[in-house]
Design a protein around this ligand. Sequence first.
Ligand code: 5GP
Length: 189
Amino acid sequence: MSGVLFVVSGPSGVGKSSILAEVRKAVDFFFSVSMTTRDRRPHEIDGVDYWFVNRSVFEAAVAAGELMEWAEYGGNLYGTPRAPVLAALERGEHVLFDIENKGAQQIRDAYKHAVLVFVLPPSLEELELRLHKRGDTSDEDIARRLAVAQEQIANAAELYDFQVINDSIATAAAEMVSILIAAHDQGCA
Ligand code: 5GP
């Protein structure tokens, strides 16, 4: 059986990376490493968390059709390199995407059986607190990300198959694993 395309989106700071780290302990996934023009944060590793590139490299990849989806978010460009994903699918692996909602929509358009999950914060106040605590994002950037989050949350029901509230990382991760197993059993690939 071929792999499931599993798209996880949610506002920046909602805890997606922590949840996905737990999910990946339980289920074997090919994680799609995105390309971005955003500056690398201190703990991030090039080629593991993202491929960090400048705008001209990114734009060349778009022009060459090398990205399966891409979007601008918070003033930076983010996109999914196509070749590694297609190779993983051919090997029958599940593919996990951590992308924002314009990218999720593009994946949905190309692969209608993809499983789209939106991670919600317990509240917008809690999200703001988490973004401040993370300490690696400017106040201006936080305000921008909160405005985007509000819009994303309002539109989530239209695009996503499932919504998971991140009250606790363990519970949210367990919910995602159940969704994935159910999707796989139903042959969403
Ligand atoms: P951050 O800068 O906090 O790592 O990510 C900002 C947003 O960009 C997050 O919502 C993340 O899911 C999204 N993102 C990361 N990689 C991609 C990608 O390849 N494509 C799209 N469309 N969004 C991405």
